[in-house]
Write a protein that binds this ligand. Sequence first.
Ligand code: NAP
Ligand code: GLV
Length: 312
Amino acid sequence: MALLFSSQGDDADLWRHNMATELPDLDFRVWTPDGQDIGDANDIEYALVWKPRKGALKEFQNLKAIFSLGAGVDHLAGADLPKGVPVVRLVDRGLTQGMSEYVAYWVLHHHRRFDAYADMIAENGWQRLAQKDAHGRRVGIMGLGVLGRDALEKLKPFEFDLAGWSRTPKTIPGVKSFAGEDGLQEFLKRTEILVCLLPLTPETTSIINAQTLALLPEGAYLINAARGGHVVDNDLIEALDSGHIGGATLDVFHTEPLPDDHPFRAHPKVHLTPHIASITMPETAARAVADNIRRIRKGEPPEPVVDPETGY
Ligand code: NAP
Ligand code: GLV
């Protein structure tokens, strides 16, 4: 019984250590680019991967589950995975908490006008700016899944006027919920601080574009912590330059690392972070993966399994 591990980072030793603590009987095999360390391919029952080579996982005949090293699974879309093997998203306390920290930090940053204060101080200014009451600050999250819902819960103590948008309708106490294409316009029209926490699927690709940005109120702020493919970059730059969008915090990009000459790099209204809104930490995530392996061993399905129809 073995787990095949393949990541883009240098965290194999930490994963090995944490998986051994959880499941001492599970052999941990690191998949190097030359495929050297994996031993007998028939031993491999689980794969824990970020971006496997196209078709490469088909080699493992006894594979019972493919675990994503992240919450998102869009990176697996072109991987030509073996049919019938469940693909499991990462749902983990540490990952969820990290995202809520990121969202809360940037929502508060914008709500309290810290960019305007930084600009003023840089010019030797010293004055108070008008401050909006949190009760009137309309914050909206696109995506009411594991991450979106937790971020909303963490924002509740600040008493913002909260809303969310999802594919299927939701009832969340203290949150105005909008759903589907019909609900999108109304949701955007009321949203001053927009947070994107959607999965990247054919339906959500380029969802933040000239038309949707135009629906946001003048001066609205965007926080994209989901995937770069949600945003039409040129449309966002035009909306920022026209002043319709007041600013943006972007963590994810069409190409990562963000190219040196990308216009976001030097844009005065854009804050950039290098895809760190939430970081998978083996210390907490190994428990989530191990729990699912324990479920499979008991004959129960792992969760959450990606629905091939919706792509998330
Ligand atoms: P999740 O639990 O699967 O939730 C996805 C949410 O998006 C659900 O509420 C879903 O609606 C909604 N949705 C999907 N398609 C939609 C559509 N066409 N229209 C409207 N709503 C739609 O996902 P999650 O765990 O919260 O993660 C969300 C994403 O965050 C991941 O896919 C990943 O790309 C990103 N992420 C980024 C980082 C980072 O560091 N930047 C870290 C972790 C995750 P229903 O509830 O109706 O199904
Ligand atoms: C990171 O981007 C993730 O999907 O967990």
